[in-house]
Design a protein around this ligand. Structure first.
Ligand code: SF4
Length: 473
């Protein structure tokens, strides 16, 4: 089925590339770095040293370097925290006055599209040109998914033409946008699968999502290390064994026994398991500074997220079950209920603790709420199944994934969705009856809102909606 939204996306990408494909805009390079769409495992500086990115840093929307608080390891040196500056060319460093600006004193890595003369003296430089994990056009297509927009001047210029569009036409447009989002996420997972295989792509996607905003990068790093972490464990390891390795290499195991008796016993079990592999994995251990705990809700602590992941990893048939779930027609329980039931697990310790230091709760708390499990299904599991079906040339199965995606129940409302409803629909009630339409709204944000400024300068969406409206009436 020809998709008018897909055509619009292509047109909007022309805006992104108005400088030409040979020199991508700096905003796209920032997106590539932020989402680490690079060949992480063999990333090199221009002097030949290996560069390991333990955390790419936080995008800085204020004056100063592009990313703050990145955690980087260069060659065999210890990991260090630094700011990161991204320029299209090395010479941008001096042209933009960074060499004399004290705000750039903490920059420890210069990222450029093309390296050359007049860059910073003494800093390692990474040239992105030949180190991307997918073609540039594909990356431009996929990026911008998670950026947010400054919450001001809320009503967008497209609100007027959208008001004139019948509800069914709005739902049709958002549905097309949702399809584009499913395909972009599937393509990103397929790129990971190309270097590490499909199961690895699934775990990297799940771990990254489990880290949510604050800890997606150390979680993704642990997923990258899974082949080494699972080494020698056999087909059905105990969750606690996997968790011990994940916490050990994650640098999250406390070193002292000064807790209550239950926790001390539990810690002894984890240490026993972790120390068996400590020498083998010593060089991989993340510094504790790789994790963000500031403003993290206790329920979202990485220890609990890793406990959940350990239970999934311990299920020998985790992937086979997903294959079966998508292949079998299912009426009762609904496919969504069956999948969410499969993902929900209970843990003797972590269902009753937030941290190693917190007291024991009287009643259990889920390791992850239903709302977040819904998000994982829509953002990772269904795109992964879709990508695999496409890679296998199985159009029927890809269509089945699409059916489940569009039938998936509406997820929890959140600030991004509320913001976009304000932007596009001026606060009116909209027919977001299913998760896919919510995804469509986020895709409009990624493809149009995130390509322009708060006052919608040069955004083609209002015109496109106006023309679409004429065609429909
Ligand atoms: S940037 Fe474009 S899509 Fe976003 S609110 Fe403005 S006009 Fe609408």
């Amino acid at each position: 089925m020809a998709s008018i939204f897909a055509e619009w996306r292509n047109q909007s990408q022309l805006l992104v590339f108005r400088e030409g494909f040979s020199v991508p805009p700096e905003q796209l390079l920032q997106g590539i770095w932020q989402h680490q769409r690079i060949r992480c495992r063999d990333l090199c500086a221009t002097d030949g040293r290996r560069v390991t990115v333990l955390h790419p840093g936080f995008l800085n929307l204020e004056a100063g370097p592009d990313f703050r608080r990145a955690l980087i390891q260069v060659g065999a040196a210890k990991p260090f925290e630094c700011d990161i500056e991204i320029d299209v060319q090395s010479a941008g460093w001096r042209q933009h006055g960074h060499d004399t600006n004290p705000a750039f004193g903490g920059v420890g890595l210069h990222i450029v599209w093309r390296a050359g003369a007049n860059g910073p003296v003494g800093l390692p430089v990474v040239e992105l040109k030949n180190q991307l994990d997918a073609p540039l056009g594909q990356l431009a297509d996929a990026l911008g998914q998670s950026a947010t927009f400054p919450p001001q001047n809320v009503r967008g210029q497209c609100a007027a033409p959208l008001r004139d569009l019948p509800a069914a036409a709005v739902a049709d447009l958002l549905g097309q946008a949702a399809q584009a989002r499913l395909e972009a996420k599937a393509a990103a997972l397929a790129a990971v699968a190309e270097r590490g295989g499909w199961e690895q792509a699934l775990w990297e996607g799940l771990f990254t999502a489990l880290g949510y905003k604050q800890n997606s990068w150390p979680m993704r790093r642990l997923a990258e290390l899974l082949p080494q972490l699972r080494h020698g464990l056999g087909q059905a390891p105990e969750p606690v064994v996997l968790l011990a390795r994940l916490l050990g290499v994650g640098g999250l195991l406390p070193e002292q026994l000064d807790r209550d008796k239950l926790t001390n016993n539990y810690l002894r079990t984890l240490w026993d398991q972790s120390w068996r592999d400590r020498d083998r994995l010593a060089r991989r251990i993340l510094p504790r500074g790789a994790w963000t705990f500031h403003e993290l809700r206790p329920a979202n602590r990485p220890e609990r997220r890793l406990a959940l992941a350990a239970h999934w990893l311990a299920k020998r048939d985790f992937v086979a079950w997903l294959d079966d779930w998508i292949c079998q027609p299912q009426k009762k329980p609904s496919p969504a209920a069956a999948l969410l039931g499969r993902l929900a697990v209970s843990d003797a310790y972590w269902s009753r603790h937030w941290t190693f230091r917190s007291g024991r709760f009287a009643r259990t708390h889920p390791l992850m709420g239903v709302g977040r499990l819904h998000d994982l299904a829509v953002n990772i599991l269904l795109p992964w199944l879709h990508a695999r079906a496409l890679a296998a040339g199985n159009d029927g199965l890809a269509a089945r994934v699409g059916e489940r995606y569009f039938a998936w129940p509406k997820g929890q409302d959140n600030s991004r969705l509320r913001f976009m409803r304000q932007r596009l629909f001026d606060g009116r009630r909209m027919p977001l009856r299913c998760a896919a339409l919510q995804q469509g709204l986020l895709q409009v944000q990624a493809d149009f809102c995130n390509q322009t400024n708060a006052v919608c300068d040069d955004c083609p969406f209002p015109d496109l909606v106006g023309r679409y409206s004429l065609e429909k009436t």
